[in-house]
Design a protein around this ligand. Structure first.
Ligand code: ADP
Ligand code: MG
Length: 773
């Protein structure tokens, strides 16, 4: 017991100590609470004051709100409205009164005007009232809105007041709790004191009391434990914060040390740099001194050099100046040289030009000489000239490769033309070649000398030869707008005759005839179908004449046109197809110019025969029969005869076979003697006509190439080739190869196209002919 007593005593002491500690703590807490309670009191006070303030504010706001502008305005407007209503009522009363007055018969009184004015006023007032009403409605709306807003504000105010009351309540509750806690804490130590006393005094009850106190102790211990726990936590917190502080301190120290170190380092570096700088300055200084010395030395050397260089410089300057002068003078010099060079070149060009001109002149002279020689040769050949005329490609030639142009000309020589036939170019030389672009006028210029010579009493023949469609009729007759040789010749004759009218009397008459199938017809006669005969003049002059051939005297172009028209009409009535017929017959215009020199009584007669020959084309041998064959034979015969005659004339043979055809027989006078003949060979340039073109050109060249020479038996024997022979003997000296005419064109059957054997075969034919002749 004693021991337990002692133990209890010990325990008591310990508890007392603990109690003291707790009391201290309590006191501290109490102090704390006491110090906090005035604080809270203060807070409560301040809140109360605030509440009061706000209540005042609300009342102020409320009073303020009661007197807003809008409300005032509304009140005012309401008053105004009321006033206006009163006015209106008064006016209505007045109106009623006035109406009543109006009903009384007072027409001429001033009431009427007044009434009108009043009515006007009334309506104005009504309008005003209306406007005011609208305004009032607007204001009402505004007031309504404002009232709503006010209600809202009030509601908000109420809410905030309630909040404040709540806050107040909460605070007072908290105050009460605090006070209660303080009271309970105050009552605790007395209880403990009572327990100790009980332990001391009542030992009997000690055990029980001990038990109680033990349980109490237990509770207290728990309490203490809890407090300790709190304490520990707080200590831990303190420790952790201390730790953090220590850490932070350590860090700071670390940073400081680092800072110190960096500072030291920096100082060191600065020191080192300072030293380096000083060192470098020293070094640079010493180097500069050394360099300076070297420069000084150099300078001295340069000075001495300069002294020695001065004379060299002088010479250089001199040289430079002279060069400068040269350079300055160079462009002038260059210009001079260029000018002289240019002059030389110009001179050389001039010389070349002159030489060229000289050469050209010589060439032209040579050409003229050649022409003259040729003309002389032609004259020697019996005044027979051969011209070629190429017509342009026409629509009738069609299109495509068949209508391609196959004829080209020589730019320098107007007597040459080239024909591309079967891929080979064949060249022909005539007396003159007219290209497609040559006009009727140009063609006529070349023949007009011939035409005028018949005024002087010469006989002239102009033939148009060529295949059908080659332009014979175009050249001879031409078109109404662009007449040919016929009309132009007569016009020229008229003007020439007129020029000579002072001394001469001239009569120009024309006949138009046609030779078809060896029959001569007078196209101006009354019976065009009648066949005319060619007879010898009975006067024994040996002249030929055609009995019955009509001759028309013509004096003007109108006369000629009438004659031509008449001739055409007659020719057309004679045949079914004029085109076909005209290509199968020779058309002749015979112009006779008879002159009488009045002073001497000398008479001259010249004849101009303009002949549009039948088509020279070869008729297909197989297809032609009957009249067509006969036509072909006649044409062939007469054209061959014409060739024979011309050949005989040019080669000055004793015998000229004029009688072989009607045509040559009729023109005998005009072909022989000193008469002049022109053969105009017409060709088509179209590719499809090249073989006919080739034949025509060969005919032309043969007429022209007959050389003058002594009359020989050989030449006499030779005959002009028939049309068929022309076709098959290309490239051979034809006139010597074939038998003379035996009437029909039988020669063609003997001709071999094999050129290799021809010369031997020709010789044998010749021998045969000689023996038979
Ligand atoms: P031919 O009388 O030889 O049968 P044409 O004189 O009737 O040929 O000519 C045939 C066509 O060619 C005609 O329509 C004609 O107008 C035309 N013609 C011929 N030569 C020329 C030319 N030099 N210029 C213009 N057209 C031409
Ligand atoms: Mg014709």
């Amino acid at each position: 017991l004693m021991a337990s007593m002692a133990h209890l005593q010990e325990e008591k002491l310990r508890l007392q100590e603990e109690l003291l500690g707790l009391q201290e703590k309590l006191a501290a807490q109490e102090n704390n609470e006491i110090s906090r309670s005035p604080q809270l009191q203060g807070q409560v006070e301040s809140l109360k004051a605030k509440l009061l303030e706000q209540a005042q504010e609300i009342s102020r706001l409320r009073s303020e709100l009661g007197g807003t502008d809008a409300e005032k305005h509304r009140d005012l407007l309401a008053a105004e409205n009321e006033r206006l209503r009163q006015d209106m009522k008064a006016c209505e009363g007045e109106l009623r009164e006035l109406r009543w007055q109006q009903q009384a018969p007072c027409r001429d009184c001033t009431h009427l005007q007044e009434n009108a004015e009043l009515q006007e006023r009334l309506s104005q007032l009504q309008r005003e009232a209306e406007e005011t009403r609208a305004k009032l409605a607007e204001l009402d709306l505004e007031v309504q809105q404002k009232t709503n807003r006010l209600a809202e504000v009030e509601l908000r105010l109420k809410d905030s007041l309630a909040e404040r009351a709540e806050e107040e309540e909460r605070l007072s509750r908290r105050l009460r709790d605090s006070q209660e806690t303080i009271a309970s804490l105050k009552s605790q130590p007395q209880q403990i004191k009572y327990i100790i006393k009980t332990v001391e005094v009542e030992s009997a009850k000690a055990k029980q009391a001990l038990c109680e106190s033990q349980s109490r102790n237990q509770y207290l211990q728990e309490q203490v434990g809890m407090q300790r726990q709190v304490l520990k936590e707080m200590e831990q917190q303190l420790q952790s914060s201390q730790k953090t502080v220590a850490q932070l301190r350590a860090q700071i120290a670390m940073y400081e040390a680092e800072l110190e170190r960096a500072h030291g380092q920096m100082l060191e570096e600065m020191q080192a740099m300072e030293e380096e700088k000083n060192h470098a300055i020293e070094e640079a200084f010493s180097r500069a001194q050394v360099e300076m010395k070297a420069v000084h030395e150099n300078l001295a050397g340069v000075r001495t050099n300069l002294l020695t260089l001065q004379p060299a410089l002088r010479t250089l300057t001199h040289d430079y100046n002279s060069l400068k002068r040269q350079v300055r003078d160079f462009p002038l010099l260059l210009q001079e040289t260029l000018r002289s060079a240019r002059a030389e070149i110009g001179q050389a060009i001039e010389e070349v030009h002159n030489t060229n001109r000289e050469l050209l002149r010589k060439y032209q002279r040579e050409l003229q000489l050649r022409k003259k020689c040729h003309n002389e040769l032609v004259q020697l050949k019996g005044n027979i000239r051969v011209f070629g005329r190429v017509r342009p490609i026409t629509k009738e030639d069609g299109e495509g490769p068949e209508a391609v142009n196959a004829v080209t000309f020589d730019a320098d020589d107007d007597a040459v033309l080239h024909l591309l036939h079967k891929g080979k170019q064949v060249s022909f030389e005539l007396d003159k070649v007219f290209p497609p672009q040559a006009s009727q006028e140009e063609v006529f210029q070349e023949v007009q000398a011939l035409v005028t010579s018949c005024i002087d009493g010469y006989n002239v023949c102009i033939f148009a030869y060529g295949q059908t469609g080659a332009g014979k009729t175009y050249t001879m007759e031409g078109t109404a707008a662009n007449p040919g040789i016929n009309q132009r010749a007569l016009q020229l004759l008229f003007s020439e005759v007129r020029g000579k009218a002072a001394d001469w009397d001239y009569a120009i008459s024309v006949s138009v005839a046609e030779i078809y199938n060896e029959a001569l017809r007078d196209l101006l006669g009354k019976e065009p179908q009648e066949k005319l005969e060619i007879k010898l003049c009975p006067d024994g002059s040996g002249q030929l004449y055609v009995p019955g051939l009509t001759e028309f005297r013509v004096q003007s172009v109108e006369d000629i046109n009438k004659v031509f028209e008449f001739g055409h009409v007659n020719r057309a009535t004679e045949c079914t197809n004029l085109n076909e017929h005209s290509s199968r017959s020779h058309a002749l215009l015979i112009v006779t110019v008879r002159g009488l020199d009045r002073s001497t009584g000398l008479r001259t007669t010249g004849k101009l025969n303009l002949v549009d020959l039948a088509g020279s084309e070869r008729v297909g041998r197989s297809g032609a029969e009957g009249s067509r064959l006969r036509e072909a034979q006649h044409i062939n015969k007469s054209l061959s005869a014409l060739g024979d005659v011309i050949y005989a004339l040019r080669s000055r043979q004793g015998h000229v076979p004029f009688r072989n055809s009607k045509l040559t027989y009729l023109l005998q006078d005009s072909l022989s003697g000193d008469s002049k003949t022109l053969m105009m060979v017409q060709v088509s340039p179209a590719e499809k006509n090249t073989s006919e073109t080739l034949c025509s050109l060969k005919f032309a060249e043969r007429v022209r190439s007959v050389e003058l020479g002594p009359v020989s038996r050989k030449a006499e024997l030779a005959s002009w080739p028939s049309q068929e022979q022309l076709e098959v003997t290309e490239g051979l000296p034809v006139p010597f190869l074939f038998p003379p005419h035996s009437g029909a064109p039988s020669g063609r059957s003997h001709v071999s196209p094999s050129t290799g054997q021809l010369s031997g075969r020709a010789a044998s034919i010749r021998r045969k002919l000689q023996t038979s002749g």
